[in-house]
Design a protein around this ligand. Structure first.
Ligand SMILES: [Zn+2]
Length: 548
């Protein structure tokens, strides 16, 4: 191969993420890989007549971000539906009304993104939707996907009345008179959702590409799609087969709680057929519990009632501890990486127990088992992550005193438990491998906004706000590493990506400012100028000249 580089990037510091050489000032790319990293003068020998030069005027070059937990396909779909993300609660009804008016052909109004804190613990009411859409069913998921807001027409279609019992693992919210209110939690959402039209294969494929473009604009070059059903895997495969999957994707296949062990051979088959180009399907997602805000997180001690009295409610364990251990052991035995959603301290403990049981039954191997969310981690359980080799898959954007925390969480907790939340620094000190992810569209997909919260534990855009559990702040290199090398490890990509190291793939992000520079302003306001996959731009700001 000619020694001439295809691309040289100069003019900005390079944070490599490689402990052997954390900083450099130029990168050379050849054949899609990093050819050299170092002082610009050392790279001069690689510059030939055909070498493109990206000459920056400051900023920062770093490894492309890898999002360890994101719902790219679902969120890409939502971008084309009735989207309430970022809408002020007072404008929800008007947004739904105008979407319905603009889509007279749609038999249903589908969408999501409403905030739980807009309605308090009682949840949203069907009547507010009935006032704007009475002719068609409306189904809107909360931004975290654990609750649905439906109108009267949807309740009628599903036959949900005061006589309808709560389904297993779900709850139909009711008013004082016992009438369904229009809020459906967890499995109860399926009573309505199962009646709604499914997106077509073409719609899913468009959703994958729309979601991918959104992530590339934010510097993300790899991600773990955290709950993939068969139709979404088919869409990813189709996009990959057309050569249009530019991101590296781990499709985490969803474990169907109702289907039991009979689904194992099917998952093995989906893993075999689901690895095309940059797509791999080697992980399985299990929900161990729900979320705290709607009282479905599985806790070791009961929820309080707001006046400090126990409610006796311990939340909902989606699987019993015993079944969870059986399922995890079976998946581990088949060589899957198991990715568990766990919010409550009981769910986290049961999951660690399950991983321990799997290792005892099957022996230790090179696993990438991981627990996502980790809102409450009992101090006794923190050292177990390192001992068991379980990755802490953290969503740092949530670790601040936002309205979810102030209004829907802290009033229903004892102070001791309140202090166990999102313990990123404690887990790190206990030796846990840390990977960061967004959980988009539950929250922003912007890694820089998430990193700002990880570093400061303050609500973004509100620098005067109280710091939430200051001992759990992590420093900027730790946060960046968790979003690059740490998540690359969670995706089994660390040999090829995650650091800017000669020989690795040239998956890179270019920032307009250097977040290490205190004069650069809040980290979350730093913008991504370019995103490169194997040295080729998948996003580039119009101000950049990538042709030179
Ligand atoms: Zn998620």
């Amino acid at each position: 191969m000619s020694p001439e580089a295809d691309l040289c990037i100069v003019g900005a510091p390079v944070w490599t993420g490689d402990p052997a050489r954390p900083w450099a000032d130029a990168v050379a790319v050849r054949g899609g890989r990093v050819a050299a990293v170092g002082p610009e003068r050392e790279l001069a020998a690689l510059r030939g007549p055909a070498t493109r030069v990206l000459a920056l005027d400051g900023g920062l070059v770093l490894p492309g971000f890898a999002d360890a937990h994101v719902h790219t396909a679902d969120s890409g779909l939502e971008l084309a539906q009735c989207d309430l993300h970022g809408v002020e609660p007072a404008a929800y009804a008007a947004t739904v009304a105008s979407y319905a008016a603009e889509h007279p052909e749609a038999a249903w109004v589908l969408g999501g993104g409403w905030r739980m804190d807009a309605f308090g613990t009682a949840g949203p009411r069907a009547a507010a939707l009935d006032a704007v859409v009475a002719d068609r069913p409306v189904l809107l998921e909360s931004s975290d996907g654990h609750s649905a807001w439906v109108n009267r027409r949807a309740l009628e279609l599903a036959g949900i009345t005061r006589a309808t019992p709560d389904p297993p693992r779900g709850r139909i919210e009711r008013d004082a008179a016992g009438e369904p209110t229009g809020a459906l939690l967890e499995a109860a959402m399926g009573l309505v959702r199962d009646l709604a039209p499914e997106p077509s294969p073409a719609e899913w494929e468009a959703a994958v590409e729309r979601g991918q473009a959104h992530l590339h604009r934010l510097g993300i070059t790899a991600w773990q799609d955290a709950a993939v059903d068969p139709e979404v895997l088919a869409a990813y495969r189709a996009v990959a087969e057309r050569g249009r999957l530019t991101g590296r994707v781990v499709a985490v296949l969803r474990w169907d709680v109702g289907a039991g062990p009979a689904q194992l051979p099917d998952l093995v088959e989906r893993r075999r057929t689901g690895s095309v180009g940059r797509l791999r399907a080697g992980a399985v997602k299990i929900f161990a519990d729900g979320v705290f805000e709607n009282r479905t997180a599985a806790m070791l001690e009961p929820y309080l009632d707001g006046d400090g009295r126990s409610t006796g409610n311990l939340g909902i364990g989606m699987l019993g501890a015993e079944e969870l251990a059986e399922v995890v052991t079976a998946l581990d035995g088949q060589g899957f990486d198991v990715h568990v959603h766990a919010i409550g301290d009981r769910a986290v403990r049961d999951t660690l127990d399950a991983f321990e049981a799997a290792a005892a039954a099957n022996g230790r191997r090179d696993t990438r088992h991981q627990i996502a969310h980790l809102q409450f981690v009992h101090p006794d359980d923190r050292p177990r992550f390192r001992r068991l080799g379980v990755i802490a898959n953290a969503q740092p954007y949530w670790s601040c005193l936002d309205p979810y925390m102030r209004e829907l969480t802290l009033p229903f907790l004892d102070p001791e438990r309140a202090g166990w939340q999102y313990p990123w620094a404690s887990l790190r000190r206990a030796g846990a491998a840390l990977a960061f992810g967004s959980d988009w569209s539950v929250s922003t997909a912007n890694p820089l906004e998430e990193i700002e919260v990880a570093v400061h534990r303050v609500t973004p855009g509100d620098p005067a706000a109280e710091v939430f559990l200051p001992d759990e702040r992590v420093d900027l290199p730790t946060a960046l590493a968790a979003f690059t090398a740490g998540s690359a490890h969670a995706l089994r990509l660390e040999a090829e990506t995650g650091t800017v190291t000669p020989g690795k793939l040239a998956d890179l992000a270019v920032l307009d400012r250097d977040p290490f520079d205190p004069a650069a302003g809040p980290i979350g306001t730093v913008r991504v100028l370019a995103t490169l996959v194997e040295g080729e731009p998948v996003h580039a700001d119009p101000s950049l000249d990538l042709t030179g």
